[in-house]
Design a protein around this ligand. Structure first.
Ligand code: FAD
Length: 372
């Protein structure tokens, strides 16, 4: 009998397994696919981390905690997972997202600059900014080296005594007396507690919540510069024109080209998006249109396209909490396309929920009950 079984070893499951094992728990991690696979939501070289959060103040305690833990991980590992390139939120001057970002920075006392179109162009002439646009710049935003961080969290879990099993799909789970029984393709396991961090598949393990979790196909692309322009000095940025699109751009890092993605991409949604589909010319065209519009110097030869999936909720807010029907089950479904940056803090929250401690961060805004 294990103390905890963690289902799914993407960023959230790995963070939970590592921190549970670090607290002395007997942890078994079960992952349906191979280690480091590219079929979920956590793979890929990089992710954006934004110090200012236009999505709202409810995220700020979790974000501040995540920054502290990314720092602790770097100190412990000797690796730099968080590269502070600075970050921009760009939008029309009167956009609510811009007002939210400025309000967030001011309320939290976070270093920032508010820039109009002229000052933005003067500072980063490579970024094509229309008249009437403005931006908030946060020097502490940047890029996370996600693949190395995922790898480190798994290794840290193992080093703390966790057993991580890959290519081991969980077929189901049930309460049996004083413990949880977990059926896998290769046998039955038992544990006092269960953490479900199954990303786009969470609804297959918790049918009551399945309809609240929307799986959405995403494609991101890396492009080499179109000329000799050095784009490495640029900050990460997201730009939100009035038509509802939101592109996010990560400048070249570690020898790669510029990464670009579009929230929601082609709006392809549904459970069948779990299976995925190889990127195609239309995916590339959509990403190139964004580069052409906002960062034309980056619109050079294609390096690679990568498919991924968001698991969105109706309010695009995370689900982090114990399952009301069985408090020994903790659900971690923090995606909606912006969960990665919080991973270490979400892993910590999972431990506190599992051990019946009061989480250091108020998790009530992320309660699962809002969908049940
Ligand atoms: C294209 C893209 C760009 C993004 N950019 C950013 C960004 O810049 N910044 C940011 O903060 N966030 C970003 N995100 C969001 C972030 O990556 C996700 O929120 C995060 O990775 C979710 O992690 P997860 O562990 O919940 O999911 P996953 O990584 O998908 O992990 C779930 C795991 O569970 C496994 N599993 C499922 N069912 C079972 C089962 N029955 N048995 C065993 N194992 C199972 C799956 O195989 C998978 O490995 C982005 C996401 C995408 C797709």
């Amino acid at each position: 009998m294990h103390d905890v079984i963690v289902i799914g070893l993407g960023a959230m499951g790995s963070a939970a397994a590592w921190q549970m094992a670090r607290r002395g728990a007997d942890v078994l991690g079960l992952e349906q696919l191979a280690e480091g696979h590219g079929k979920g939501s956590s793979h890929g070289r990089t992710r954006v981390i934004r110090r200012i959060y236009s999505e709202g103040p409810v995220y700020m305690p979790l974000l501040t905690r995540a920054y502290a833990l990314w720092g602790a991980m770097a100190a412990e590992s000797g690796e730099t997972f968080l590269v502070r390139t600075g970050g921009l939120d760009i939008a029309p001057e009167n956009a609510p997202s811009l007002a939210n970002a400025i309000a967030c920075a001011e309320a939290e006392g976070i270093a920032h600059d508010v820039l109009n179109a002229d000052s933005l162009r003067a500072r980063w002439p490579e970024i094509r900014v229309p008249d009437g646009y403005a931006a908030v710049f946060a020097p502490d935003s940047g890029q996370l080296r996600s693949d190395p961080a995922n790898c480190w969290m798994r290794e840290a879990a193992r080093a703390a005594g966790a057993e991580l099993r890959f290519d081991t799909p969980v077929l189901g789970w049930r309460r049996t007396g004083d413990h949880i029984t977990v059926e896998t393709a290769s046998g039955t396991e038992r544990a006092k507690r269960l953490v479900i961090a199954a990303g786009a598949w969470a609804g297959t393990l918790l049918p009551d919540i399945d309809s609240a979790l929307i799986v959405e196909r995403q494609v991101v692309g890396w492009f080499a510069p179109s000329d000799e322009t050095d784009l490495t000095r640029l900050p990460v940025f997201q730009v939100e024109p009035t038509d509802g699109r939101r592109y996010y751009v990560l400048p070249p890092l570690d020898g790669s080209g510029t990464k670009i993605g579009l929230y929601g991409h082609r709006g392809e949604r549904g459970p069948h998006m779990r299976d995925g589909r190889a990127p195609d010319a239309e995916d590339e065209m959509l990403l190139r249109a964004g580069l052409d519009e906002w960062l034309p110097d980056a619109n050079g030869p294609l390096e690679t396209l990568q498919e991924c999936r968001f698991t969105r909720t109706a309010d695009d807010r995370f689900i982090i909490g114990n399952w009301p029907q069985d408090e020994a089950v903790t659900l971690l479904s923090p995606c909606s396309g912006h969960g990665y940056k919080f991973a270490p803090a979400i892993g910590e929250a999972a431990v506190q929920l599992a051990l019946g401690e009061t989480p250091v961060v108020d998790l009530s805004p992320f309660a699962v009950s809002r969908f049940l």
